[in-house]
Design a protein around this ligand. Structure first.
Ligand code: UDP
Length: 260
């Protein structure tokens, strides 16, 4: 690591780094305790520690955080007829900002430099997302937390992760889930569900596999942006995924990762 003229730490990538830059997609529930609601200091702290460990290898990390531990627009408007669906989606975007601010402090409390960049301007608490500025932050070794999704209703933060991966030229979308990867069926309901080691986008679409939302899959497919779906709950898996070790299910134009 070196310091630039502003005293900022520049992370020197190690030469055997598999990914130069990644988008890590965390659901809001990943910050919660077992009930899936609210924010748990313990869970956030563990995720922050793993991000720090992975960051030390020199990989540039941008995080997209969901808001499902607080509110998902479609579900909320379904239950509350007086709230229009578009309004509920904006509420969901605000939930992602709450999570992003919490994750920012979790990361900074252990010594990482971060920036929260929001797709919805709110200058008192976050920078507004500007693509070139986000890239500068990443190049200076700051972990960038991308809040408020893409800033538009009727999509989820999966789409935001795919969109930002394209814009920021990330090597891969790392989708953190509670299961080991993509299965032929819901493994929490069907004990015979089979875990796929790798899939093509075409297979994900043809088999209607629940990986990320359809818009996210379409974007990644169209632009050949790989996705790795992995279990963030297993020991050290966030570090392994960011450092390009073999975990979870790889989805790309070909069935196996280029170096797999
Ligand atoms: N959302 C939105 N536009 C976006 C991203 C998110 O409208 O670009 C809303 C949407 O209602 C979504 C909610 O924010 O349900 C929370 O995000 P998400 O469901 O992706 O959270 P997660 O399930 O990953 O915790």
């Amino acid at each position: 690591m070196t310091q630039d003229a502003d005293g900022q730490t520049e992370v020197s990538p190690s030469s055997d780094l598999r990914y130069r830059r990644v988008i890590l997609k965390l659901s809001g529930e990943s910050l919660a305790d077992s009930g899936g609601r609210g924010i748990s200091g313990e869970e956030s702290g563990e995720i922050a520690r793993q991000i720090k460990a992975a960051h030390q290898s020199g990989c540039q990390i941008a995080i997209v955080i969901g808001g499902g531990n607080i509110l998902r627009g479609a579900q909320f408007s379904g239950r509350n007829a007086m709230v229009q669906e578009a309004t509920a989606h904006y509420m969901g975007m605000l939930a992602t900002v709450i999570n992003s601010l919490s994750m920012q402090d979790a990361l900074e409390s252990i010594g990482l430099q971060t920036r929260v960049m929001s797709a919805v301007p709110m200058e008192k608490i976050a920078e507004t997302f500007i693509r070139r500025r986000a890239i500068q932050h990443l190049e200076k070794g700051r972990v960038v937390i991308l809040a408020a999704g893409i800033g538009n209703p009727f999509v989820t933060t999966d789409t935001a992760a795919a969109q930002r991966a394209l814009e920021l030229d990330a090597d891969v979308v790392l989708k953190a889930t509670r299961v080991d990867g993509v299965y032929s069926d819901d493994p929490e309901k069907n004990p015979h569900a089979v875990l796929y080691e790798s899939l093509t986008y075409g297979e994900v679409i043809a088999k209607n596999l629940k990986v990320m939302d359809a818009t996210a899959i379409a974007l990644c497919n169209e632009h050949a942006k790989p996705i790795l779906v992995f279990n963030f709950k297993k020991d050290g898996n966030i570090v392994k995924a960011i450092q390009g070790e073999t975990v979870g299910t790889w989805i790309g134009t070909t069935k196996l990762p280029p170096h797999g």
